[in-house]
Design a protein around this ligand. Sequence first.
Ligand SMILES: C[S@@+](CC[C@H](N)C(=O)[O-])C[C@H]1O[C@@H](n2cnc3c(N)ncnc32)[C@H](O)[C@@H]1O
Length: 155
Amino acid sequence: MQLNLVCVGERMPSWVNEGYEEYARRLPRECALMLREIAPGKRTRNCDIQRILADEGQRMLAAVGGNAHIVTLDVGGKDWSTRELAEVLARWLREGRDIALLVGGPDGLSDACRQRAAESWSLSRMTFPHPLVRVIVAEQLYRAWTLLNNHPYHR
Ligand SMILES: C[S@@+](CC[C@H](N)C(=O)[O-])C[C@H]1O[C@@H](n2cnc3c(N)ncnc32)[C@H](O)[C@@H]1O
């Protein structure tokens, strides 16, 4: 199983890249987390946001393997506790399919991404900036993995 974090947004500040890498590199090979960055559409003053969202969504889905289990990151998704996330991670590991975790850009996710998703994960009822979301996701996945493996990181 591989975890693919598919995010709209490129050229992140160094603190975002370092924060993400800090946790992603700790995950073992059987649970590797790979980042796939999708270039955001160009937003101009009178641009058609729905068209830009649809195009970003299309490129996100193209970056996801045909057999992947798709999970959207969404304020309105399931607000798993860390322990519940660990159970979800254990299920994903058992099923063995690649997982695609989709994080939208400044305007969120397209309808097509939402429709293709098998599950939706909420980190909080608060809206976070998309650069921060990849860092939190990497940390929570690492924390869930340590919980499954009785590692002292989770206590
Ligand atoms: C800045 S937010 C987009 C806000 C946009 N107005 C919306 O309605 O989605 C960018 C992305 O970060 C992710 N995100 C932000 N806050 C989140 C949260 N609390 N839980 C899960 N994902 C979140 C979502 O994937 C969202 O599409």
